[in-house]
Design a protein around this ligand. Structure first.
Ligand code: CA
Length: 241
């Protein structure tokens, strides 16, 4: 029999999500809530159990608690990373310091939600992760012949490493994770420069920085990937802006 060809067809059911949480009450309420969204939900109570479940099927998203008995959330992420797994991960945790957040994201989580959380917030974060194309989550990002290893923080175009400053790596990662989308200067200011609205706008700083980055990434612009959207911001992707 020919394999089914409807995998990505419009008739496909909702996304398949794995919820990993040792606390039974939270696990059940999250699972039930996500099922009400029409999603297929599987659960695991430990990191080891999660590895078994993940090995048995394809998942669109994992909601992962940090504090688990045995193999904890971070260890599980590292294990998955070493196996080259691509599932987007929303990390749940009671811990909420900047260091924790950074550790979580650097270990391969795509987003982070501190407990206690509102269920609507959880669903919104899940939806945002599910909207992202698979390609732009995880450690390795690419667009055409541009590749970035976000953990080693190395960018390569057409097989040649591009020397980038830490800030330029941050910007490039941000653009690659949102490729095809228009990125405003305000988004860069808030998400990359981590600045709240200031009295003096960073627009000029950002424009200069983007010009430098584009020179490095696109060179003479034969196959331009970073496009300026006049008066709005930037977009990374192939083809004209
Ligand atoms: Ca827990």
């Amino acid at each position: 029999m020919t394999p089914a060809v409807l995998e990505n067809g419009p008739t496909q059911a909702g996304p398949t999500v794995l919820v990993v949480e040792d606390e039974e009450k939270t696990r059940h309420s999250v699972a039930e809530g996500l099922q009400l969204e029409g999603w297929t939900v599987l659960t695991a109570a430990t990191g080891d159990e999660a590895l078994q479940v993940l090995a048995g099927g394809k998942f669109d998203l994992m909601v992962l608690d940090w504090m688990l008995p045995g193999l904890d959330g971070i260890a599980l992420l590292r294990e998955l990373g070493s196996r080259g797994a691509q599932v987007p991960v929303l990390m749940l945790t009671a811990r909420d310091t900047v260091t924790d957040r950074v550790t979580g994201l650097e270990s391969g989580a795509d987003d982070y939600l501190a407990k206690p959380f509102a269920f609507a917030e959880l669903v919104a974060r899940c939806r945002a992760l599910l909207r992202r194309p698979q390609l732009v989550t995880g450690r390795y990002l690419s667009c055409e012949d541009l590749q970035v290893d976000t953990r080693a923080r190395v960018a390569v175009r057409a097989g040649v490493e591009i020397p980038l400053t830490p800030r330029e790596v941050d910007i490039l990662e941000y653009l690659l994770r949102r490729q095809g989308e228009i990125i405003t200067r305000e988004m860069l200011e808030h998400d990359v420069w981590k600045q709240a609205r200031r009295f003096t706008s960073l627009d000029n700083v950002i424009d200069v920085q983007m010009m430098r980055l584009r020179r490095k990434v696109d060179g003479d612009g034969a196959r331009r990937l970073i496009h300026t959207i006049r008066g709005v911001g930037y977009r990374l992707g192939k083809g004209p802006a």
